[in-house]
Structures are given as C-alpha cells and as structure tokens.
Design a protein around this ligand. Structure first.
Ligand code: GDP
Ligand code: MG
Length: 598
C-alpha cells in the first residue's frame, strides 16, 4: 500500500464519553469485525477492563476503508489507555499517530481527561478532529459543547462531527474525515529502520509480542533487530498486522503499524517508548522522549496464610513479565511475616495488580495502605528514598524531609466549587487558580501533596460533586514539609504496616481518628485489646476494644437454626482477608483505615 493511503489515528476522550463504543462501531462499519463476531467493546479485551468499563492496555486495529474518492485506504486505530496512571503510554501511542479523534459527550462537555489527552495530542503535533458524541440523548447540547471546546481548547469546531456511536449516527462522516483531515505518514522508507514501540504483552508460547509503528525504513521476518534503550538484540520470528487479529506478513514499511515476536523473555527488554532498529544497519538516534516508568505509589502485599508466600512470589514474577512498571522486593514485617513491598504507577495500577493476583492466581492477600516515596536528607547529608513509613529514619537522624507534590486540576459545575475548595484545603492544597471554562463550569487548580491524593481524594471529589466533577494531576516535584511518623500499637505491640507519615499539624487528629476507626474495624476477641497511636515515644490517642461477652455465643447455640447458620457464614467470610497479629485477628479493612479518615 502506498503511504499516501495510510492513516494512523487514536481516539481520545474522557472516561465514559464513548471511546470504546465508537471504536467498535468503526470496526463494524469497515467490516473489520463482522457484526455477529462483535463482542461489546472489542478493544477492551481484559476481563477487568470490561468489568470496570475502562481501557487499561492499549491495542491496535487495522481497517480497510473505501472512501468516497473511490480509493481504498488503510486506517490504523491505535487505542490509548484512558487513565492518568498510564499517561506515558498514552503519549507514546499518540506519538505513533498523525491524528486523533477527540470524542466529547455532547450531554456533558469538556472534562479533565479530555483536556489532559488533548494536550498530549497537541504536543505530539497531531491533527485533532472533534466529535460530539451521544447526540441521540435528549439532553445533548452539541452547540454548547462545541463552543466549550473552542473556548477551552481553542480548536475550531465549525465542522465538528455530530455523532452517536451507539445509534450509528455520523460514523461515515468520521471515516471520511480521518481520510481527508489526518495527514498520511511521511514517506521515510529509504531511511534506516526506526520503529516506535507503543505496547507489548507476554505470550507464553511466543514470548513478548511487541506492537509498533514503523517510522522509517522496513522491517522483515528474519531481521536481526536492536531495541535501542534496552540494547537487547533479537532475530524476528514473525511480523504482522492487526486486522484486528494478528495476521502474518512478510514486511512492514514506514507508516505502517504492526506486531512482532522474537522469543523475547520479558516486556522489560522491549518497553513502551523504545525504538527498534536493525542490528546490522542501526539508525543513529532513537526517538526522543523515552523514559522508564517510575513507581509513584508503594504498598505491602502479604499472604494471609504464610504458606502462600512462594505462590505470591511466582505470581508476581509472572505478572512482571507483562508489566514492566511493576516493581517488588521481599519485605519482612515483625507483625505480618513475609511479603513483598510493591511499587505502582498509581492507585489504579495498584488495584489492577491486586485484583489480578487474587483472581488469576487465587491468592488471599492483605494489602497495606499505599504510601508515596519520601525524600529524606540525613544529618550525614545522605539522601534516602523512603517508600515504606516503617523504614523512615528516626527524627534525630533526619536533617530534612521532602514529599512529592502534584498540580491538580478539577473541573466542576459552579455549584460545587465551595465544597471542592474546602476539600482541597483540607488536603493541604495551595490554591493556584480558578477559571470559568464556560458560564456555569469552573476549573480549579491546586498544588498539593501526592500523599493527600492517594488517600480517598477521588472518591471524596466524586461524592461532594454528585459525580459531576472530574480531575487530573501531574507530578511537579518535591517539597520540604514538617512530617512525622505515626505508629500504631495493637495489644501493646507496634504494627509496622499501620505506621503512616502525616503532617505534624494533622498528626493528633489523624491519630485519634485512626484509633477510633481501628476500634470499629477489628472484631471483638475473648480479651480486651488496647489500641494506641504514638509519635515517637509519645502516645497521642488510645482506645480499647472490649472483650466479647461470653454469653453472646452461648445464647446462639440451641437458638434458631437460621441465625446460627448466618453467624457461621459470617465467620467463614471473615476468615478470609484477616491477618493474625500476635493473638489479634486484624481484617483487611483495618489496613486501609488511614485512607478513610482524611
Ligand atoms: P469510554 O469510557 O470512553 O470507552 O466509553 P464507552 O464507549 O464505554 O461508553 C460509555 C457509556 O456510554 C456506555 O454505556 C455506552 O453504551 C454509552 N454510549 C457510548 N456512545 C453513546 C452514544 O452515542 N449515545 C448514547 N446514548 N450512549 C452512548
Ligand atoms: Mg472504554
């Protein structure tokens, strides 16, 4: 296919604005996937993705389309993940395209992720085509939303396409616009091979399968290639296209999108953002912008049953083959026994990994509260990165302590501005800016500690705004703060996974609330259990869980059967996700208690 008849594009959208539905519709309309083979949301192939209705992993699909000019075109759709945790992957998949469809729900309007994604697209010099989706809804206001896009993003919307991905309206107009408005790739076939990796996954039989866009030159089965960032070299077993299932071809040329396999052992060797070139005739420079994913959020993972530790290790090793951003190392805790300290890109990434470990590997795990990475300068002038509050150097060894900050943008209907500002202030946010997007809709900009965001900030924002506000944030660096470690003792023993780092001004409040919350969450035992929170040697809050009254159980026996059954069922359920610390059984929820007291 001549390069003039190739179009590479992405779809960008705020969550739920219809990206997946539109992708499905385009595949159907071009006959790439037969209607009868069509599972809803073809592109979201992982179970978790489908259940949560979010797109986590990007993939690609190649469509053949005969345009109104009578020519046949190849349209490569490169899907992007829709969440801030994966914004680096979004940016790399956009770098593989010349254009993007900007899908905005015409009954809602511009949201925080719309903006974040559109900026990434503009940074990558993409042609952006606005699509006003869901015009079938009675509440749709395409004209108002078009105005919003013009005002906020500065994108001309006079020819914005009005569409309904669900009802199949405007789909032809979208396909024509891709052909007309998205530029074809540059014809760089004579240059030395350079291909950009925008996704990869581990396959047990073929090794890592790499998705890439050829920017310069040609790649063929049998070529010996080099991944320029990792330096690894491989002979290609197979190259092919995604139609959308993998179809082998002999060669792929500049402008084309496809996959390769080469018995690569781990995705680490072929990471997103890396540049592939020929080992025998390498390009001079890789593409700019390659960065290794750095975990921002850490937590401890412990099997409830110590016997499952080897299984947990095996499961993590397997997941890691597929997830270069996942980090872990063994951790021993006096309270919890053997487990792992794991690092993630963000909270969603963390949840996905936890869920996969429990579901796909059948593990019963206790997860400790997430922590950010603190930067401590010791009195000996050494800089230590602390991702586990339990490992914070003692105060007399600390010269200075810094924590990561983010720039937070919240978009909300005007009515909720007050309550959301209050939330940001509570979370130690520093007010930066407030702008009206359009009459009635406001964007708030704050700088705040990441630690305050990884608690339940998102849930709070949603509930305070009845679901109408949206948010995006990006890391802006480290700042010095007056931080202290809060320890928790249960039954007199310090429980290191419950230790947490808080601002000194908040320490008393958090300590008291945490002790109360733990009292609520830890079940009664046969004996009285004291709970204390302390800063250093100083106890700042104490509570106790009273002993079970002996007659509670006695009464049940001989009582009515169904009640007894219920009690036993409750017990069986409670057994799961419960960790014995000394003689006290502590449920999973207790380890997350600190997140619920903001
Ligand atoms: P994504 O998160 O951007 O991928 O959004 P989805 O494609 O998953 O769509 C979110 C929800 O909006 C789903 O319930 C869709 O059925 C619905 N939806 C998508 N497009 C339309 C549309 O054009 N009209 C209506 N009424 N609903 C739509
Ligand atoms: Mg989706």
């Amino acid at each position: 296919v001549p390069v003039q008849r190739i179009r590479n594009f992405s779809i960008i959208a705020h969550i739920d604005h219809g990206k997946s539905t539109l992708a499905d519709r385009l595949l159907q309309e071009t006959g790439t996937v037969e209607s009868r083979d069509m599972k809803e949301q073809f592109l979201d192939s992982m179970d978790i993705e489908r259940e949560r209705g979010i797109t986590i992993k990007l993939q690609a699909a190649r469509m053949n389309y005969t345009a109104q000019d009578g020519e046949e075109y190849i349209l490569n759709l490169i899907d992007t993940p829709g969440h801030v945790d994966f914004s680096y992957e979004v940016s790399r998949s956009l770098a593989a395209c010349e254009g993007a469809l900007l899908v905005v729900d015409a009954s809602q309007g511009v949201e925080a992720q719309t903006l974040a994604n559109v900026y990434l697209a503009l940074e990558n010099d993409l042609e952006v085509i606005p699509v006003l989706n869901k015009i079938d809804l009675p509440g749709a206001e395409p004209d108002r939303v078009a105005g919003e896009i013009e005002e906020v993003i500065g994108l001309d919307c006079t020819e914005a396409i009005q569409a309904s991905a669900k009802a199949g309206i405007g789909i032809d107009a979208i396909l024509e616009s891709i052909v007309k408005d998205v530029p074809p790739p540059q014809d760089n076939v004579d240059k030395p091979l350079r291909a950009l990796v925008f996704d990869s996954y581990y396959d047990a039989y073929r090794g890592v399968v790499v998705y890439f866009r050829v920017m310069d030159g040609t790649v063929k089965t049998g070529d010996k290639v080099r991944f320029m960032a990792s330096g690894k070299e491989y002979v290609l077993d197979e190259v092919g296209v995604l139609a959308p299932n993998q179809v082998k071809v002999d060669a792929l040329h500049a402008g084309e999108v496809g996959y390769l396999s080469a018995s690569i052992k781990a995705v680490e060797d072929a990471r997103v953002g890396d540049t592939i070139t020929l080992a025998t005739k390498p390009a001079k420079e890789p593409f700019p912008g390659y960065v290794e994913a750095t975990p921002m959020v850490f937590c401890g993972l412990f099997p409830t049953d110590a016997d499952q530790f080897p299984d947990l290790r095996e499961a993590l090793d397997k997941l890691r083959l597929n997830d270069a951003a996942l980090q872990y190392e063994p951790e021993t805790s006096s309270a919890m026994g053997f487990g792992f300290r794991c690092g993630f890109l963000g909270l969603l990434h963390m949840e996905i990994v936890q869920e996969r470990l429990e579901r796909e590997y059948n593990l019963d795990l206790i997860t400790t509260a997430p922590s950010v990475v603190y930067r401590v300068t010791t009195i000996k002038d050494e800089v230590v990165l602390v991702d586990n509050p339990a490992h914070l150097p003692d105060v007399q060894h600390r010269e200075k302590m810094e924590e990561p900050y983010v720039k937070m943008e919240v978009i909300t209907p005007e009515t909720y501005v007050g309550t959301l500002m209050e939330l940001c202030q509570q979370r130690r946010g520093a007010f930066i800016d407030m702008k009206y997007l359009t009459p009635g809709r406001t964007t708030l900009v704050y700088e705040m500690p990441l630690a305050e965001v990884v608690t339940d900030f998102f849930d709070q924002m949603k509930s305070r705004s009845r679901g109408y506000a949206s948010m995006e944030y990006q890391l802006i660096g480290y700042r010095v703060n007056n931080l202290v470690k809060l320890d928790v003792m249960i039954n007199g023993d310090p429980v290191d996974p419950l230790a947490t780092i808080v601002h000194r001004d908040k320490a008393y409040g958090v300590g008291r609330a945490l002790a109360e919350k733990l009292k609520e969450l830890i079940p009664r035992h046969q004996f009285k259990i004291p709970i204390q929170a302390a800063i250093g040697a100083k106890v700042i809050a104490s509570e106790h869980i009273p002993a079970l009254r002996k007659d509670v159980l006695a009464k049940c026996y001989g009582g009515d059967i169904s009640r007894k059954k219920k009690l036993l069922q409750k017990q069986a359920k409670g057994k799961k996700r419960m960790k014995s610390i000394g003689t006290v059984d502590v449920p999973q929820a207790a380890f997350m208690a600190v997140l619920k007291i903001g």
